[in-house]
Write a protein that binds this ligand. Structure first.
Ligand code: UDP
Length: 317
């Protein structure tokens, strides 16, 4: 199975993950219709596709209905995704996960398209089960500052299952863990661009809390490959996609210092409210159902990412 000559609708196409997904779909021979309202995405991420006859971009906010015409696949990837962004746009984040997901599901229902939504490890909140397995229901504070994102994504999973059960739409749900790579925004506040930007500018690294909290970082090409396999699969229930290689944020700061050959000064800042203490995907299901696992190690992926940010900084006015 492949998407060759199929029409694929991608929401959030100008985002970090969305734009890489468009590249992969085009490489597989698809016709891509791309949507974004640029709330957090950037035109720069799609500039290389200008003039590509297999690619059509429509500037559109998916919380408003749209009919793109017949499509074979819908990839719902639109949402602010960094804590800084969704804290700045909490209502827009709730709207895109609810109204936006519903509008994309309506398109899939109308045209009999396969639908994939990109959910998140934040569905597990601050997890009490470690590593996180898909059958764990999570530990989310429904009224905390992160709830706009966590509950939006949990709602998007619920409405996806409702369309599957009541309208017979073919659906899949990806729970994406921390992912990094070129095209992340330097200023989006997430730990990967933040630490690299600080190191490259010779500023101290901002470590939140004591740095003992953990994350597991997946390189973007691995993640996109997992999404592509899930799109073509029959798996309905959520599938974790991420790299199980877990490290503390303090260790991560040391890795960035080493790879950028910088001094490694650190300033301590308070841990954000409800910041998950540990996170590691259990990817047994993805291995079994999709034959997928990450291939790019942290050093290799980070060197690519550092090169990208270095070039961005060099082009700063
Ligand atoms: N973090 C940090 N310094 C920063 C940005 C983030 O110490 O400048 C920490 C943050 O508190 C969290 C981890 O790095 O524990 C990952 O944060 P990020 O915003 O990248 O994503 P999250 O996994 O929390 O959604």
């Amino acid at each position: 199975m492949s998407v060759a000559r199929k029409r694929v609708l991608v929401s959030g196409a100008a985002g970090f993950l969305g734009s890489h997904m468009c590249d992969r779909l085009l490489a597989e021979g698809a016709e891509v219709i791309a949507l974004d309202n640029f709330i957090t995405g950037h035109r720069r991420n799609l500039a290389h596709l200008d003039g590509n006859p297999h690619f059509r971009f429509i500037e559109h906010d998916i919380t408003m209905p749209i009919d793109p015409g017949p499509v074979d696949y819908v990839m719902n990837m639109a949402s602010p995704a960094s804590p800084k962004d969704y804290l700045e746009f909490p209502i827009e984040t709730l709207d895109v996960g609810s109204l936006g997901t519903r509008n994309m599901l309506e398109i899939a229902a109308k045209y009999g398209a396969k639908f994939l939504t990109t959910s998140t490890s934040e569905s597990y909140g601050d997890p009490t089960v470690h590593p996180q397995v898909e059958t764990y229901w999570g530990n989310v504070n429904p009224v905390g500052p992160r709830s706009c994102y966590d509950e939006s994504k949990r709602f998007s999973e619920a409405i996806t299952m409702a369309y599957h059960r009541s309208r017979g739409v073919k659906t899949s749900i990806a729970r994406i863990f921390n992912t990094y790579g070129p095209r992340m925004k330097l200023s989006d506040g997430r730990v990967v661009p933040a630490f690299i930007d600080q190191a490259l500018q010779g500023k101290p690294i901002t470590l939140f809390g004591d740095g003992s909290q953990t994350r597991s970082f997946c390189y973007v090409s691995d993640l996109v490959d997992g999404l592509y396999r899930l799109l073509l699969s029959d798996e309905v229930y959520p599938v974790n996609l991420g790299n199980p290689n877990e490290i503390t944020i303090r260790q991560f700061a040391e890795v960035i210092t080493r790879l950028t050959a910088t001094a490694g000064a650190i300033t301590y800042e308070p841990l954000p409210e409800d910041d998950p203490k540990q996170r590691q995907p259990d990817i047994t299901k993805a291995r079994r159902q999709l034959g997928w696992e990450p291939k790019v190690d942290l050093n290799t992926g980070l060197l690519e990412t550092i090169r990208y940010f270095q070039a961005l900084q060099d082009s700063r006015p």
